[in-house]
Design a protein around this ligand. Structure first.
Ligand SMILES: NC(=O)c1ccc[n+]([C@@H]2O[C@H](COP(=O)([O-])OP(=O)(O)OC[C@H]3O[C@@H](n4cnc5c(N)ncnc54)[C@H](OP(=O)(O)O)[C@@H]3O)[C@@H](O)[C@H]2O)c1
Length: 249
């Protein structure tokens, strides 16, 4: 019996199995590292062509190769997993995000913790307030990317609509702009884009990944779509009432 079937074992990391869908990407690789650090057993799903990107984890994780919207691939990968962390990517114009989300929703263990990644542009309750820059990105760059058949933001919106409507134990983590660099600690979050704490709009990717992994054991985040920002950004520090030690805009 896995922890998802036995709530009493929900935080027993030695027997906790996590599937990471989209493990070979930048966010995915950080999540694999964090999950291993916590002593979790890890199953990573990535495209056949990307398996080599996970070489650093050889012998420490199980890799399931295949498209993340392939229902059979997902069914195999999530079997027996206590949690599934999914990188939602709006790549292509054939429903990659919604197909991936649907496969996870349909095949994950009934009590498994499901955590999905996306950006601030996704809204749970329509109460987010967006900058002109983000609005322009979605309204102008979105259709151009779709026309070029490169990406379909609408499909990521559809994926999240299905997640929000599901009765699974989901969390949708909404990332700000991202940057590389050493960890600055667990990001802070708010319910709505536009809230002052988020104004700095920057998170280290390694910390985004950490938030995703820590969400597994944070029941406060079930059925929430936290919008995150780096804990050392000016807006986060201002909210905490602290003086910034490493100011950034
Ligand atoms: N980039 C940002 O500024 C930003 C901002 C806010 C939120 N986010 C969110 O953060 C998450 C990670 O995004 P990221 O930008 O940091 O990228 P990332 O972690 O590198 O992930 C990109 C993912 O897309 C996959 N991918 C690439 N090309 C593909 C293709 N042609 N077909 C199918 N899959 C393909 C990659 O798989 P392979 O390894 O197989 O290539 C990888 O799993 C996403 O959920 C995104 O919405 C990103």
């Amino acid at each position: 019996m896995t922890s998802s079937q036995d709530p009493a074992r929900a935080h027993d990391s030695a027997n906790f199995k996590v599937c990471i869908v989209g493990a070979s990407g930048k966010l995915g690789q950080y999540m694999v590292g964090h999950a291993l650090d916590r002593g979790y057993e890890v199953v990573g799903v990535c495209r056949e062509a990307s398996v080599g990107k996970l070489d650093a984890f050889t012998g420490r994780i199980t890799v399931v190769a295949g498209a993340t919207d392939d229902r059979e691939v997902i069914k195999r990968a999530v079997a027996g997993c206590d949690a599934v962390l999914t990188v939602l990517v709006p790549r292509g114009v054939h429903g990659y995000s919604s197909g991936t989300a649907q496969a996870v929703l349909d095949h994950a263990e009934p009590r498994a913790r499901l955590v999905f990644s996306c950006g601030w542009h996704i809204t749970l309750d329509g109460q987010d307030r967006y900058s002109w820059k983000l609005k322009a990105l979605v309204r102008i760059a979105g259709p151009i990317a779709k026309l070029a058949r490169f990406a379909d933001i609408d499909d990521q919106v559809e994926a999240c609509r299905r997640i929000f409507a599901s009765d699974t134990r989901w969390t949708v983590v909404r990332g700000s702009d991202l940057e590389e660099g050493p960890s600055q600690g667990l990001p802070v979050w708010s319910r709505h884009a536009g809230d002052p704490i988020l104004r700095s709009n920057m998170t280290r990717r390694v910390d985004f990944a950490r938030f995703m992994v820590e969400a597994i054991t944070n029941d406060e985040l079930v059925h929430q779509a936290p919008a995150i920002v780096g804990s050392q950004t000016l807006s986060a520090l201002a909210h905490a009432g602290a003086s910034p030690t490493a100011p950034r805009q």
